[in-house]
Design a protein around this ligand. Structure first.
Ligand code: SD4
Length: 338
């Protein structure tokens, strides 16, 4: 009798994981904090986020702390300060943030503010709205004590002027995709020379999930263009009962399938984070295989147990993980392998 109740108790203390967790990188317990971020520079973002998570802080605070790292990094040309401008020379930033309860905030096409993620958080916490754009977002930021700054660094200005010479300032929609025809290795959107949105997802020690996404968008985009990154459901989605997902790459294609939401919905159906990301990438590839060959899109996801996975269209996508016993960069699998 005693033995039986001991067995029962010990079994109760072991979490029963869904079959979907028998994929990659299994984390045994729900309340072990973890943070995952897109691309190599996600490592530095994770390090800041981890300071919050490892001291039992909230996932939402970890997200903001992590996202601020590339936003302030002048050498990062696709997020925050120092990001490449649009074709008119304006650095316009997009960001969003979301917690496990569906609370969310976003800013789009925000100029002059180094930390759009923090403005997005204030939109979430201090307004009845979800999205503020352009001048309205800037006014809101300034009214809340953010400093107006010039985000166009000499380096980025130089790159923009170089680009202008070749482009002849021909504002054709999707000209970013046309750059793939240039013989410059890695010059297509989402490639090494033209990518790097930070998507960041965290699970805290209370078992709560949050996520954030921050970017200066596609380099030399049309003025006013907004991609997937600040669009809840496209660039980021969090469902506290299921998991969270975020994306990077050519935002137009992610918006078309509401990609991050779709990843979470696939997880809801029992897929692992890896399989859910893969299914969405396959759907994107199937819709227009010709286009898919020429662009990069990557998804990263975690479920509420802390299992994580990623999948991209092209090789070369990476994501960074930080947890109690893991700190590493993982090369994402891809649909195309050459
Ligand atoms: C956008 N998804 O603006 C962003 C940019 C990006 O890799 O992630 N590029 O479409």
């Amino acid at each position: 009798m005693i033995r039986r109740s001991f067995l029962k108790n010990s079994l109760l203390s072991i979490p029963i994981l869904p079959a979907s967790t028998v994929a990659l990188n299994i984390a045994p317990l729900g309340k072990k904090p973890i943070v995952v971020s897109t691309w190599d520079f996600g490592k530095a973002a994770n390090a800041e986020a981890w300071k919050v998570l490892s001291s039992h802080g909230k996932a939402i605070d970890a997200i903001e702390a992590g996202a601020k790292v590339p936003e302030a990094d002048e050498s990062n040309k696709t997020v925050g300060y120092g990001g490449y401008p649009d074709r008119d020379g304006h650095v316009t930033l997009d960001a969003c943030i979301m917690d496990h309860n569906g609370n969310c905030g976003a800013v789009m096409c925000l100029e002059h503010i180094v930390h759009p993620i923090s403005v997005a958080r204030l939109v979430m916490e201090k307004t009845p709205h979800v999205i503020l754009v352009g001048e309205g977002a800037l006014d809101f930021a300034l009214a809340n004590g953010f400093k107006k700054e010039n985000l166009l660094t000499p380096d980025s200005e130089k790159a923009w002027k170089e680009w202008l010479k070749k482009s002849n300032y021909n504002p054709i929609i999707n000209i970013e995709n046309k750059k793939i025809n240039e013989p410059v290795a890695g010059a297509f959107p989402g490639s090494i020379n033209n990518h790097d949105t930070l998507g960041i997802l965290a699970l805290d020690s209370s078992g709560n999930l949050s996520g954030g996404c921050t970017t200066s968008g596609m380099a030399f985009k049309m003025h006013g263009r907004v991609g997937d990154s600040p669009v809840i459901g496209a660039g980021l989605f969090v469902d506290g009962e299921i998991g969270a997902a975020t994306s990077t790459g050519v935002g137009e294609e992610v918006i078309r399938c509401v990609g991050s939401h779709l990843v979470v919905e696939y997880m809801r159906q029992g897929n692992s984070p890896y399989d859910a990301c893969k299914k969405v990438v396959e759907r994107i590839a199937k819709r227009d295989i010709g286009k898919a060959k020429t662009i990069q899109i990557g998804f990263v996801a975690i479920d509420k147990f802390g299992n994580h996975g990623a999948f991209a269209l092209q090789k070369g996508f990476s994501y960074a993980i930080r947890s109690e016993n893991q700190e590493e960069l993982i090369a994402g699998d891809s649909y195309f392998n050459s």
